[in-house]
Design a protein around this ligand. Structure first.
Ligand code: SF4
Length: 380
């Protein structure tokens, strides 16, 4: 038997934290997807002073402080504000839902466009978008964010800069100067076409209703797959973390190496680093089995979890040849899309789902002990 998870329809922010099993979860959205070394060190110190010292990286390139006490919220916000990491209002924070591809360089317009979009979304006349509605700015030489959740994408097709609505492969050619304004015009169109019901709505759901895009969306733009892996890149070193979580001390140590770009793959890009740091909890081996498993907080950290998740994921990781998502309930927060293998916690154990999401119909249900004793159950 599964229990229907509570759907909040919004994500935690810094100004509007969400209560979880281990205290409040407070989500920081680094501007342009980057923490300066001082900001990263400051976040680490604040996580220790006001939370339980655990820091998560989210699938939308945000940084979450866990275990925050209610009476710590005000001083924590003051500390984050001093670091330049807090918006003026909950509405501004909620709208500034932008994932920036982390491999930007001087020769591509990604950063400038993301800055324009950030400013436009902070303006008083910015569209009032639903909480989970987001943008991806992916204008480097290679597209890397097609697998990252977003409703409006500024990306590249061949040598052209294009705007695309999630759920459609037809894109509109834009220029670096008009990109942010065109993205906001598409967001306003989404609202005008009735994309929001009772405060919720996503672009893909609107497109699935067969709504025709405005004029100009004619360029075929197929999705491009990208698999992120730890290792060296032109901008520095990409490093991963078990379940995208680290101790504040690890973040403090990474901050001593340079500025950090936050990625939607639960990895950090250490700007300018020439080798991966040997730090506890840092994954630098692209073949690490731990990169094949995704698991949400699970019990007891999340009040909605029906089972613990991470011990099982850790135990099964060495036996996997394809990615496995272990979810504490059918909500599937850690990986909302389909995965080759998913184990969704139920009251009795774990439901096994192939090529589906955490909420899809299971093939069978197994206890944690059985799965650990016989991991071949997953591939039978
Ligand atoms: S998927 Fe995991 S983190 Fe999300 S609500 Fe369910 S148990 Fe909690």
């Amino acid at each position: 038997m599964t229990e229907a998870p509570l759907v909040q329809g919004w994500c935690p922010g810094a100004l509007r934290p969400m209560l979880s099993g281990d205290g409040y979860v407070l989500r920081v959205r680094p501007r342009l997807g980057r923490l300066s070394a001082d900001q990263a060190a400051g976040v680490a110190a604040l996580a220790l002073a006001h939370g339980n010292g655990l820091i998560d990286l989210s699938a939308r390139a945000n940084v979450q402080l866990r275990g925050v006490r209610a009476d710590s919220h005000a001083p924590l916000i003051a500390g984050l504000r001093a670091l330049g990491l807090i918006d003026d209002s909950v509405a501004q924070e909620s709208r500034r839902n932008i994932v920036v591809q982390p491999f930007w360089g001087d020769s591509d317009p990604t950063l400038a466009i993301a800055a324009d979009l950030t400013a436009a979304l902070a303006a008083p006349d910015a569209p009032d978008l639903p909480g989970k509605f987001g943008f991806a700015v992916d204008c480097g030489l290679r597209r890397v964010l097609d697998g990252t959740a977003a409703d409006i994408r500024l990306t590249r097709q061949g040598d052209q800069l294009v705007l695309r609505a999630e759920g459609s492969f037809r894109a509109k050619v834009v220029s670096p100067d008009t990109a942010a304004a065109e993205a906001l015009a598409l967001a306003r169109w989404f609202l005008a076409m009735g994309g929001v019901t009772q405060g919720r709505g996503r672009m893909a759901a609107l497109m699935a209703r067969g709504v025709a895009l405005p004029e100009g969306f004619t360029l075929e733009t197929p999705v491009q797959a990208y698999d992120a892996a730890p290792g060296a890149c032109a901008q520095g070193q990409l490093v991963g973390f078990e379940f995208g979580q680290m101790q504040a001390e690890t973040l403090a140590a990474l901050a001593r190496l340079g500025a950090l770009r936050v990625t939607p793959w639960r990895m950090l890009l250490i700007e300018g680093a020439t080798q991966a740091p040997a730090l506890p909890g840092v994954i630098s081996d692209p073949a690490s089995p731990l990169l094949r498993v995704i698991a949400c907080t699970g019990a007891p950290g999340c009040t909605q979890a029906l089972q613990p998740t991470r011990a099982l994921a850790r135990a099964l990781a060495p036996h996997l040849s394809v990615p496995l998502h272990v979810s504490g309930c059918a909500k599937g927060c850690a990986h909302p899309g389909p995965a080759p293998l998913t184990l969704t916690a139920t009251v009795e154990g774990f439901a096994l789902i192939r090529d589906g999401t955490a909420a899809d119909m299971p093939l069978s249900t197994h206890s944690m002990a059985d799965l650990i004793a016989r991991p071949d159950i997953l591939t039978e």
